[in-house]
Design a protein around this ligand. Structure first.
Ligand SMILES: O=c1ccn([C@@H]2O[C@H](COP(=O)(O)O)[C@@H](O)[C@H]2O)c(=O)[nH]1
Length: 276
């Protein structure tokens, strides 16, 4: 079985360093001339998959925008994930799950078990009930060749209230998360299954990001104001295993398939120029 790290590395090498978000905001549905209903959600999501799943490295559906339509929205999410994976994209489910370990085990079954209709290549998760509370996700991800992206330094301005807090060790919460993830990834090649989210909008971290031996998912490119230059500022020129992520900026290229492809290609070009 190919590991998540190997699959992600190949996707980045062959398709370029971009994660395109599938975020069907009601305002975007309207911009695309669609109704803000399940039919609109379907058309929007399947168009993004048709346009991008055979060419961008990673697609990241944002679960919240599907959940708001209840079970019919989840059905659209299931097909979106399955079709995107069939077309060769690595799919990161952005659901930011987290709870006590016994409940996290059910989230693991929901997203990281190949028998589940929502099975994805990776899941975003919140480690703020403790990094170890997510252990069932790490274990099932490893078993099934999938990945987990834990929140480290999020792109929103409120994040630092928790993530920059310094504990008894003298290290910030975010540094502790990176350290813990690095411990779990030790020895894996080309990289381990535990990635960390570091927003492109954050202040330059004052600790070493290079020891993770896993991928960094970097949301905030485009609509939140982060640029390729920010990716270089945070990770250094030529950084590897960095997955910049942009949703609204690319989605505004729609509703045409050509417009979406053009927006994605432009973003990849900018990012590839500064990443390995
Ligand atoms: O720190 C984080 C973690 C996740 N996100 C998610 O990424 C996209 C960003 O969308 P844009 O339209 O490119 O702003 C969205 O799904 C967020 O939930 C994040 O922004 N920051």
């Amino acid at each position: 079985m190919e590991t998540f790290g190997a699959r992600l590395r190949t996707a980045l090498d062959t398709r370029g360093p971009l994660c395109a978000g599938i975020d069907p905001h009601s305002s975007l549905l309207v911009e695309w001339g669609l109704d803000d209903d399940v039919a609109g959600l379907e058309r929007f999501s399947y168009t993004v998959v048709e346009a991008l799943a055979d060419r961008v490295a990673v697609l990241k559906p944002q679960s919240a925008f599907f959940e708001r339509f209840g079970s019919r929205g989840i059905a659209v999410l299931e097909r979106t994930v399955a079709d995107a994976r069939s077309a060769g994209a690595v799919v990161i489910m952005d659901a930011k799950r987290g709870d006590i370990g016994s409940t996290v085990a059910a989230y693991a079954d929901a997203y990281l078990d190949p028998a589940s209709p929502l099975f994805s290549d990776a899941l975003t998760a919140s480690p703020y009930l403790g990094f170890g509370s997510l252990e069932p996700l790490y274990a099932l991800a490893e078993k099934n060749g999938a990945g987990v992206f834990v929140l480290g330094l999020t792109s929103n301005p409120e994040g630092s209230q928790v993530q920059a807090a310094v504990g008894a060790s003298g290290r910030s919460v975010a540094e502790e998360i990176v350290t813990a993830a690095a411990g779990r990834n030790a020895g894996a090649a080309p990289m381990g299954p535990i990635g960390v989210v570091v927003g492109g909008t954050v202040a330059t971290p004052d600790f070493d990001l290079s020891r993770l031996n896993g991928a960094y998912l970097v949301p905030g490119i485009g609509a939140q104001g982060a640029t390729a230059a920010d990716v270089r500022r945070i990770f250094g020129a030529g950084a590897r295993n960095v997955v910049p992520s942009s949703s609204r900026e690319i989605l505004r290229g729609g509703p045409s398939v050509a417009g979406l492809r053009e927006a994605a290609a432009r973003t990849v070009e900018e990012l590839a120029a500064i990443l390995d």
